[in-house]
Design a protein around this ligand. Structure first.
Ligand code: FAS
Ligand code: PHB
Length: 395
């Protein structure tokens, strides 16, 4: 068994794990990242597209803001489409100038990977049978196989950044966990295409045929979604069928001006609300999707992961630099207060915009009434805008 020693062992090389590794490195805290897949696999997963300002600030603090500044698109509003018309939510005007940046998770992950490699930091890819040991003691460790050879990392702390299906949360005794979960009765069929966006801002559409979202990755690359059945298989959806369905769910002007093209990625994602409490177990800390998942409607998934990492990196820095345990002690409670607010917003926005057959005709009427109220009330629009741009962090 080959044994390595570090201060923080990070499980998972997605945005949570890599961002934590980068922030800890810049604070002089040694860390090793252990990842089940390889870098290309992680980059190939097309996920989030919208960054809150606090997430952008954290990426800049981590030293990976250059490309985001150059290529990211700052958005001051988005549109809600219903009843054949679009209504703009003026985020900046309603929140005293707050905005979001459209910059894909793939690019965030690539920037973090490049920075880690440039710093000569260890990321173990293709680590199999990753197992966590002794996190209820002060001498935890992580073992795994690399090219069939048993490996061990002895550390002070383990950061479980290994996503919803990871081993970290699964390593916690079930009786120590409280799980809160809601599965939605539909999925999102997403298409990535090298086409000009239908609008310069995002369009969220509530239509009797189902939800649709027009997003983007750059002025020449688009990301579109339509609500689909959980029983749908991506192979059932030709590009033509996707573009036809998207057009049907947009207002006439957008449908007319939609530029279509061959999909370069097409996938179906299920939607769920999920929270595991607490997020700390001795020297094991869960962060990102390992601890919580939101339906992507509110663009909160990646931003919540960054929020956890902001708190966790500061907690480790306080521990090592200031010999203070305050951040570690309060990590779970502080994260969960912010997580639940984002879970609520994502659940509310999902309920407002999607087609729920079980609620019948009255369900659609109630959604339409709420949408009419939302776009005609400054108070309601402000509440939506301040949640979308990201609620302020607790002191
Ligand atoms: P991740 O799941 O990204 O990364 C976890 C990493 O851990 C992975 O690389 C995995 O391979 C690795 N891992 C897992 N098990 C392991 C083990 N046993 N050992 C070692 N490594 C292991 N959010 C949005 O804001 N907008 C969206 O549109 C959006 N779309 C999404 C679509 C899908 C299909 C999914 C699943 C999520 C989507 N999300 C979206 C949310 C997504 O962006 C997550 O919030 C984000 O990836 C969270 O990052 P991490 O916490 O790093 O988890
Ligand atoms: C995306 O661009 O992938 C995206 C944007 C906003 C959302 C969800 C996904 O709410």
């Amino acid at each position: 068994m080959v044994t390595q020693r570090t201060q923080v062992a990070i499980i998972g090389a997605g945005p949570s794990g890599l961002l934590l590794g980068q922030l800890l490195h810049r604070a002089g805290i040694a860390n090793i990242v252990v990842e089940r897949q390889d870098g290309d696999y992680v980059l190939g997963r097309i996920r989030a597209g919208v960054l809150e300002q606090t997430t952008c600030d954290l990426l800049i603090e981590a030293g990976v803001g250059t490309r985001m500044h150059a290529d990211g698109m700052v958005h001051e509003g988005f549109e809600l489409c219903f009843g054949g018309a679009r209504h703009r939510i003026d985020m900046a005007g309603l929140t005293g100038g707050k905005r979001v940046t459209v910059y894909g998770q793939t690019e965030v992950t690539r920037d973090l990977m490049d920075a880690r490699a440039a710093a000569g930091l260890t990321t173990v890819y293709h680590a199999v049978e990753v197992a966590l040991h002794g996190f209820d003691t002060k001498t935890p460790s992580v073992t795994y196989l690399k090219d069939g050879e048993p490996q061990e990392i002895r550390c002070d702390f383990i950061a479980g950044c290994d996503g919803y299906h990871g081993v970290s949360r699964a390593s916690v005794p079930p009786e120590s966990l409280s799980i809160y979960e809601k599965a939605y009765p539909f999925g999102w069929l997403g298409v990535l295409a090298d086409t000009k966006p239908v609008s310069h801002e995002l369009i969220y559409s509530n239509h009797e045929r189902g939800f649709a979202l027009c997003s983007m990755r750059s002025p020449t690359r688009t990301r579109y979604y339509v609500q689909c059945s959980l029983h749908d298989k991506v192979e059932q959806w030709s590009d033509a069928a996707f573009w036809d369905e998207l057009r049907l769910r947009l207002d006439p002007q957008a449908a007319e001006s939609l530029i279509t093209g061959p999909s370069i990625e097409k996938s179906i994602a299920p939607l769920r609300s999920f929270v595991a409490e607490p997020m700390r177990f001795g020297t094991l800390f869960l962060a990102g999707d390992a601890a919580h998942v939101v339906p992507p409607t509110g663009a909160k998934g990646l931003n919540l992961a960054a929020s956890d990492i902001r708190y966790l990196s500061r907690a480790f820095i306080e521990h090592y630099a200031e010999r203070s345990e305050a951040g570690i002690t309060h990590y779970s409670d502080v994260c969960l207060r912010r997580i639940w607010k984002a879970e609520r917003f994502s659940w509310w926005f999902t309920g407002l915009m999607h087609r729920f057959p079980e609620t019948g005709a009255i369900g659609q009427k109630l959604q339409r009434a709420e949408l009419d109220y939302l776009v005609s009330s400054r108070a309601a629009s402000t509440a939506m805008a301040e949640n979308y741009v990201g609620l302020p962090f607790e002191a």
